[in-house]
Design a protein around this ligand. Sequence first.
Ligand SMILES: Cc1cc2nc3c(=O)[nH]c(=O)nc-3n(C[C@H](O)[C@H](O)[C@H](O)COP(=O)(O)OP(=O)(O)OC[C@H]3O[C@@H](n4cnc5c(N)ncnc54)[C@H](O)[C@@H]3O)c2cc1C
Length: 416
Amino acid sequence: MKDIPGGPPTLMSKDMEQKPVVIAGGGPVGLVAALALAEKGVQVVLLESANDIPRDLRAGTFHPPTVEMLDRLSIGAELLAQGIKVPEWQIRDRRTGVVAQFDLGVIADQTPYPFRLHCEQHKLSQIAFAALSRYPNARVLFGHKCTGFTHDADGVTVRAASHDGHTEIRGSYLIGADGAHSIVRKTLDIEFEGFTWPQRFLVFATTYDLREQGFTGNAYIADPDEWCAIFVQPHEGPPGIYRIAFPITSEMDDQEVLSERFVQSRIQGFLSPDMEYDIPYKSVYRVHQRVAKTFRVGRVMLAGDAAHVNNPLGGMGLNSGIHDAMNLVDKLLAVLEQRSDDSVLDLYDRQRRLTNIEYVQAITIRNKNLLEERDPGVRAQRLDEMRQTAADPEQHRAFLLNSSMINSIRRAEEIR
Ligand SMILES: Cc1cc2nc3c(=O)[nH]c(=O)nc-3n(C[C@H](O)[C@H](O)[C@H](O)COP(=O)(O)OP(=O)(O)OC[C@H]3O[C@@H](n4cnc5c(N)ncnc54)[C@H](O)[C@@H]3O)c2cc1C
């Protein structure tokens, strides 16, 4: 980052020596923030309400700038070793097949990682937690739910509930990385502006190798009713497992949607209608587009899903949360090391909130609109635009700088 005077820490403030930075939430964003602080010698206490790292199947795509950031921490190589590199991805029409194919190799001069790295987010959490465990200045308290806090001119007092009762931790700052239902955001009464989509998503996985049908490791299929998104994920050796997300209407019953018959009908609809596919995993979830009205109040900052949520088309939610964590840690370090006053934390709010709105919200909404367009004329026109973008070298490159999130990082650096 260019916005804070750099250099190695030479002067430890009282804050840095005595009071830890407290982080509520040990999802990937909280763990990455904790690791980034711990590696710089900051005392950190992380509160996670679950008794272990949550293993649910959620985000699974890491874009090039995110891999670069994780590589600046000590965990990039391990994530690269566990993930699948996906350099090419497709936009398809359900009836006519491939419309456009994008190749991240085209921007290899802009990033050392010209691919999407596919890997389940719980693996990042486990890698970050293992790295964090090596730092005596970091404490991770599983089974500790943040229930509230107060903050004043000198610090924060964070309340946590566990099996053993209630605890209070005095810290210098609090990072609310406690997910979409954030207690930290709610305690501050910060509005979560935006909307919830009427459709929900059915997500399931199949071990069937979609490469046999010409699919790349990531593909988006446009269709007015049965559009879908496909992501390969690591699974017991090659070729991996394919996660597929379909829309379902809000009226449909969960039991019906999760029935074997319904899930088979969705996958048979774009592969072979005569085949039965192996479906080891399925779930349903609701999708929102929301951004907190501010990411900072006094000594408390929001990051990750606590600050913003979006639909998964483009794989930007978790990436954006990690970009928050790294941006915020840079600024917190500047304050703790007395290189900057705490107004720099407002810059965190401006940079990350604005770029979430301008890029993450705008791109993911546009992606969904493209895939689900019902008007045949508009659909044909939009798909044609994608075809032309992929065919023109300059446009192809410009498109990838946006979809890979490189431009959103550059834009954040311009905001003062
Ligand atoms: C079903 C599903 C599928 C998704 N798919 C994608 C995808 O394909 N691509 C993508 O980019 N994004 C996807 N997302 C979004 C992505 O998973 C999130 O952006 C990401 O998990 C955000 O990380 P986080 O650490 O901010 O929050 P979370 O992962 O939600 O972690 C928050 C943590 O805080 C803990 N916690 C909550 N409350 C408290 C409390 N009061 N005290 C202490 N701890 C607390 C929770 O137990 C949890 O461990 C998906 C989300 C869902 C739900």
